[in-house]
Ligand binder design. Structure first.
Ligand SMILES: Nc1nc2c(ncn2[C@@H]2O[C@H](COP(=O)(O)OP(=O)(O)OP(=O)(O)O)[C@@H](O)[C@H]2O)c(=O)[nH]1
Ligand SMILES: [Mg+2]
Length: 616
């Protein structure tokens, strides 16, 4: 069998999923499209017009030379928060299509995804998309791609207008190598993804590097040495556009193929993405190297609005984690919010998506606290709490990592504080360089490098504190560059920093879930801003509610929520009872997302107020 395994990679919105549609049509996997981006099956993907999860699907193509080909396509997301999806997909492939939008040119994720593909030693086929657009500038885009030194001429296409699709398939067949591997060797299959099916248990996505796997085989996970019988093997195929990538059962999967296996596993904790599946009787001696462990960047608390939902939240977390192993979760309690989870994410969009999926797919109502980064605290001698140590801290037992601002120790116990920095790569048209540099410097960024990709396109590298980058950096970057700058970032290092914890007191009581950590130089400014903001967000009560910001026990800002009885019914002048009921119901609806704290209810927005301060 002629097999080609490939991914489509690009910067966000450059047209990967649209090209996937064209390839599905050409290989008759689908005949007519009810809507675009067939592989973006999740509601959230449709609504936002972005791909969140990589998707693997098998196509069959009969070439004009009479040969039949099995093409395993993996469509990947473009947003920086989902780069992990891309690297997992690439590990299952021999080649990739690197798409570049002709109206945008090479962008920050074009560079980072290209780099990833190179690290995986993949055959890279450059493709210039959207040549139909009036603003398309093909010569300039070609010039920018040439700088990447890919030994291939870009293929010019319009995925939307179905121009160049055939050339793409020909290039896939001719240029991407067929998988190599030995069918006679013991089974070696990489687990690159999974999801939970309520009837069948965990569906495991695999790529076979050696040997083969059939129904009835006994197999072994190399990470935990657990054995299972194979209930079913198969691949994903588009049967009809409204049921994208359905399972198609087969007798066996063989070397080079991509598909799924069902082992009747209901305990989700047995599955590790990046694990190797091998034969139980005759295991492989060389496991696949798997994936590097991911470190979440951004942390927040997730709490059920109704305390009774905690058990459901726990179950939902486990199931979602199967599909998205890149988020982290651990139980925690908050004085203000009760039982919940501390979660870690790869970025703010990732955080938002996971929260949305938990609410929609598991019917939960959640309160989310403001995102923060992970700090390292070096305690003064003898004051560090005893805890299991993280290796990353170099074995220094006086350094503890803290992912929740409310756990920040008292000032007198702290010798030093370190915060995470990122390396930010910004790609932008050269006329905006001045604006963007000013912005980066305002975010405590250190300039590292500037290179010209072409004469009017620049790559800037800054090192800056992650905490400052997550708040509103991206939005500001877009606004100072008229939308043209693109951003990619990776973790750089921990650096010593002058940070303080800001406590927020509502009605004279500290609310742990509202506290946050901030650079000393910004504390007063932010303290004032946050209490102003909270005054507008916390509903009036029958008594006056003071809101205060304090650092190390010293109040630095205060506002009052004036007393007022909010009588919604007063608005309708007697009469219509149904209208009254409607208003009351509306009010109840509004209350759902509030947490009662003593006598005061605090709405969801208040917990995210730090993100919405007007700091310009
Ligand atoms: N004019 C034009 N528009 C296109 C073309 N290809 C894609 N688009 C449009 O570009 C937008 C983004 O397309 P997608 O296919 O969702 O892009 P993507 O790369 O999959 O996006 P992410 O998965 O979120 O990174 C959509 O509005 C498409 O209709 C093209 O060839 N020409
Ligand atoms: Mg997409």
């Amino acid at each position: 069998m002629n097999i080609r395994n490939f991914s489509i990679i690009a910067h966000i919105d450059h047209g990967k999923s649209t090209l996937a549609d064209r390839l599905l049509e050409l290989t008759s996997a689908i005949s007519t499209l009810h809507h675009g981006q067939v592989l973006d099956a999740m509601d959230l993907e449709r609504e936002r017009g972005i791909t969140i999860k990589a998707k693997a699907v098998r196509l069959t193509y009969a070439s004009s030379d009479g040969e039949k080909y099995q093409l395993n396509l993996i469509d990947t997301p473009g947003h920086v928060d989902f780069t992990y999806e891309v690297s997992r997909a690439l590990a299952a492939c021999e080649g990739c299509l690197l798409l570049v939008d002709a109206s945008q040119g090479v962008e920050a994720q074009t560079l980072s995804n290209f780099e990833l593909a190179r690290q995986h030693n993949l055959k890279i086929i450059p493709v210039i998309n959207k040549i139909d657009l009036k603003q398309a500038d093909v010569p300039k885009t070609v010039q920018q791609i040439e700088k990447l030194k890919i030994p291939e001429t870009p293929i010019l296409i319009s995925a939307k207008q179905n121009i160049g699709t055939k050339e793409i398939v020909n290039a896939i067949i001719k240029k991407i190598p067929a998988p190599v591997g030995d069918i006679k060797k013991p089974l070696k299959a990489l687990v690159f993804d999974s999801h939970y099916d309520s009837f069948r248990g965990v569906i495991i996505y695999i790529r076979i590097f050696d040997g083969e796997i059939s129904t009835g085989n006994k197999v072994l996970f190399l990470s935990n040495l657990e054995k299972f019988d194979v209930e079913e093997v198969g691949f994903f195929q588009i049967q009809n556009p409204s049921a994208p990538a359905g399972r198609s059962k087969t007798d066996k999967l063989s070397v080079g193929e991509v598909g799924y296996v069902i082992l009747g596993i209901r305990d989700i904790h047995k599955i590790k993405i990046g694990d190797t599946i091998t034969g139980a009787e005759n295991p492989t001696a060389t496991p696949h190297p798997g994936y590097r462990e991911l470190k979440p960047f951004v942390f927040c608390g997730l709490y059920p609005v109704q305390p009774g939902d905690y058990a459901n939240l726990s179950k939902a977390m486990g199931k979602l984690h199967l599909e998205d192993s890149s988020f982290f979760y651990q139980p925690e309690t908050s004085v203000a919010l009760g039982f919940g989870y501390r979660c870690g994410f790869l970025g703010l969009l990732h955080m938002d998506i996971v929260k949305e999926r938990l609410q929609r797919e598991f019917d939960l109502n959640l309160i989310i606290t403001a995102p923060n980064v992970k700090y390292r605290i070096k305690y003064v001698k003898g004051r560090a709490p005893l805890r299991v140590l993280y290796n990353e801290t170099g074995g220094d037992s006086s350094i503890i990592e803290i992912d929740n601002p409310s756990k920040f120790p008292e000032r007198q116990f702290i010798e030093k504080i370190y915060e995470p920095y990122i390396l930010a790569t910004i790609v932008l048209p050269s006329q905006f360089v001045g604006n963007v540099m000013a912005l980066c410097e305002g975010k405590r960024g250190d300039f590292l490098d500037m290179t010209y990709i072409t004469e009017d396109k620049v790559k800037l590298i800054y090192e800056m504190p992650l905490a400052d980058a997550i708040v509103d950096f991206y939005d500001n970057l877009k606004s100072v560059s008229s939308g043209y700058a693109s951003l990619d970032y990776e973790f750089s290092d921990y650096k010593e920093s002058e940070l303080v914890k800001m406590d927020i007191l509502v009605n004279n009581e500290p609310v742990d879930a509202l506290s946050f950590v901030i650079h000393k130089s910004n504390a007063e400014f932010y303290g004032r801003k946050i209490v102003e903001k909270l005054r507008g967000l916390i509903p009036r009560q029958q008594f006056e509610v003071p809101i205060q910001a304090s650092v190390s026990g010293k109040i630095i800002a205060r506002e009052n929520v004036r007393a007022l009885r909010k009588d919604v019914i007063a608005k309708c002048y007697g009469g219509d009872i149904s209208r009254k009921r409607k208003l009351l119901e509306k009010q109840k609806e509004g209350k759902k997302k509030m947490k009662q704290f003593g006598n005061v209810s605090i709405p969801q927005e208040a917990f995210l107020a730090v993100l919405q301060l007007d700091t310009k």
